[in-house]
Write a protein that binds this ligand. Structure first.
Ligand SMILES: Cc1cc2nc3c(=O)[nH]c(=O)nc-3n(C[C@H](O)[C@H](O)[C@H](O)COP(=O)(O)O)c2cc1C
Length: 165
């Protein structure tokens, strides 16, 4: 889908998935991750994207974690999505609420039009089906052993993955 050398994705990580790590992983042939929640303003977020692009010409993913938070609000989520579309980011992964909730009605269309591939971290079969219906390009099956997991019902990735398939 992205023409990367190794099918290895860096997880979205608060405090860690910033331009230098993101670019290092993309340069090594994997998929780097720039985690939007590290940035409070549009200017900071755009600057991080531009900094990453100075460090690598390879594609990288942006993580948007749409969980209830006092610091990162619904306005932030919508700003991140708009900037990803405007900047033509290769792929966006969402954890927490799905794109129809977090981005509003036109979000999927806006991002698809900009050529951004869409992924959702899901912890259940029903959430995977919802992502498919919305037109996502892929999902991550995130079992309860996964840090920052979207559900809390003790189903591991080894059980969840074949059920989703
Ligand atoms: C320090 C740290 C911070 C993380 N922060 C986020 C986050 O902000 N959003 C998110 O969706 N996942 C977050 N995660 C989860 C990772 O993206 C990943 O899904 C998880 O570590 C499972 O992958 P692994 O088994 O390769 O570690 C974080 C993980 C770690 C270790």
């Amino acid at each position: 889908m992205f023409g990367i050398k190794y099918p290895i994705l860096c997880g979205g990580m608060m405090w860690l998935s910033k331009p230098s790590l993101c670019a290092a992983i993309s340069n090594a042939g994997g998929m780097g991750n720039l985690t939007a929640g590290n940035y409070e303003t549009e200017e900071e977020f755009r600057q991080a994207i531009h900094e990453t692009r100075k460090l690598t010409e390879k594609p990288f993913m942006v993580n948007i974690t749409a969980l209830p938070s006092l610091r990162i609000t619904a306005e932030h989520h919508q700003m991140y999505l708009r900037v990803c579309a405007e900047e033509g980011i290769a792929g966006v992964e969402i954890s927490g609420a799905p794109l129809d909730k977090v981005g509003g009605k036109g979000a999927v269309e806006m991002l698809k039009k900009a050529g951004v591939k869409l992924f959702q971290k899901v912890g259940s079969v029903r959430h995977a089906i919802h992502a498919e219906k919305l037109g996502y390009d892929g999902i991550y099956a995130a079992g309860f052993e996964e840090g920052g997991h979207p559900l809390n019902d003790d189903v591991t990735a080894m059980v969840l993955t074949p059920r989703i398939i």
